[in-house]
Design a protein. Structure first.
Length: 418
């Protein structure tokens, strides 16, 4: 074999090696790009889910504002009515006081006529045709004096009663003024929260646009740059979603429930604060830090599950974990589709605790309804952002997520009450 042929063969082998290396590099880049595109796609889906939930929250906020404005208007009408009643009562008191003064003067005049002015008695005797007529006249004066005294006494009783009613009306007005001020404060909080939610919605819309652009542009970028951009967008998105979800719970915190139970209902667990809402379910995800990318960050954790997920057959009754009052019940519907928690119920309990039951097939209770531990609030389903029939059970102390496990009977879900 000639030296030229050997050189040609070596050159061909070198080209083949370079080609194989290029193919391997291209395949590796394609793999990374596909992974980045998948990551961006999941980020986009989560951002859209959060945007839907935020849109529903904005709608709920406006509904709550309308309710508060209605209560404010009604309360102000009551205050105006009470002010008119108080003014009328005060005028009546002035008139009664004037009558009491007049009756007092009349009694003094009669007393002087009967007891103090002997000349009057002598004149009466002279004018009388007989002793009997004179005695009759004197008795008439005395009777008139007694009637005047009785009238004065009754007027004093009426005056005391009116003053008492006036104090009660003023106390009622003071309570209504406090309620009005509290409602105005709550309305202000909702309006501030609405502004924050609108800002979060704008931030999310901007982030969604950036993610969509990056999905389009990722093929023309290096794998390293694409990965860095995807990670950055995911981190920023997580922060926005966490803020948006916190705003939703801040809205829950502005609701002032009435009729919270002051004692445990009959049959309430004597050992545990809560019972399992699905007693025969399987726990599928616990509370706390996790590796699922779609769970938003919380505290120092990049991903955090704020409740306990449990699964049973679809349609299984979901029970209230504790006595309380339903403060939210319905579905997160955007563009005709259930999103987020889907059908859900939020119950307020004594001690500032709030529980949420999400992804229900249907809701059975109504806002304002008192429920006892074990009462059915809905049926398990897979509505909203759910991959299968399960219950998302969440507990909050104020707006802070709390692990429900210490409040529940130990071990897996059961019907134990104790």
């Amino acid at each position: 074999m000639t030296a030229g042929l050997l050189a040609a063969l070596a050159s061909i082998q070198g080209v083949q090696a370079d080609t194989a290396s290029d193919i391997a590099a291209a395949q590796a880049r394609k793999t990374v790009i596909e992974q980045v595109r998948q990551q961006l796609g999941m980020n986009l889906a989560e951002a859209l889910r959060a945007q839907d939930e935020l849109s529903q929250s904005l709608h709920d906020n406006l509904v709550q504002q309308g309710v508060l404005q209605g209560r404010l208007s009604e309360t102000q009408d009551h205050i105006t009515s009470l002010n008119a009643q108080i003014e009328a009562r005060q005028a009546e008191i002035v008139r009664t006081q004037a009558r009491i003064v007049m009756e007092r003067l009349q009694i003094k005049s009669l007393a002087r006529a009967v007891y103090v002015q002997p000349g009057s008695m002598l004149l009466m005797l002279v004018e009388s045709r007989s002793l009997g007529e004179m005695i009759t006249r004197v008795n008439d004066l005395r009777a008139a004096s007694l009637r005047a005294q009785a009238l004065k006494y009754q007027l004093n009783l009426d005056l005391n009663a009116m003053n008492h009613q006036l104090e009660l009306q003023k106390a009622d007005r003071d309570q209504l003024v406090k309620l009005r001020d509290s409602l105005q404060s709550d309305l202000g909080k909702l309006q501030d929260l609405h502004a924050k939610q609108e800002q979060a919605q704008q931030d999310l819309a901007q982030k969604i646009a950036q993610i969509r652009y990056e999905i389009y542009a990722v093929s023309s970028q290096s794998s390293e740059l694409a990965q860095k951009i995807a990670n950055l967008l995911q981190d920023e998105e997580g922060q926005i979603i966490a803020a948006a979800m916190q705003a939703v719970w801040d809205q829950v915190a502005t609701i002032r429930p009435t009729g919270l139970p002051t004692s445990q209902s009959a049959g309430h667990s004597q050992r545990y604060r809560f019972i399992w809402p699905l007693p025969h379910a399987t726990e599928t995800q616990p509370f706390g830090p996790c590796q699922y990318w779609f769970e938003p960050p919380y505290g120092s954790f990049p991903h955090f599950h704020t409740g306990i997920d449990m699964a049973d057959a679809e349609g299984t009754p979901v029970m209230a974990a504790d006595d309380g009052v339903v403060i939210m019940a319905g579905g997160s519907i955007v563009n005709g589709q259930l999103v987020g928690y889907g059908n859900y119920v939020v119950i307020d309990h004594a001690g500032g605790l709030t529980t949420l039951y999400g992804h229900l097939a249907s809701v059975i209770v109504k806002v304002g309804q008192q429920v006892t531990q074990g009462a059915v609030v809905g049926l398990e389903g897979s509505t909203g952002n759910s991959t299968g029939a399960h219950l998302h059970f969440e507990l909050r102390q104020g707006t802070t997520p709390v692990d429900p496990a210490p409040f529940l009977p130990t071990g897996p879900p059961s019907d134990y009450r104790g």
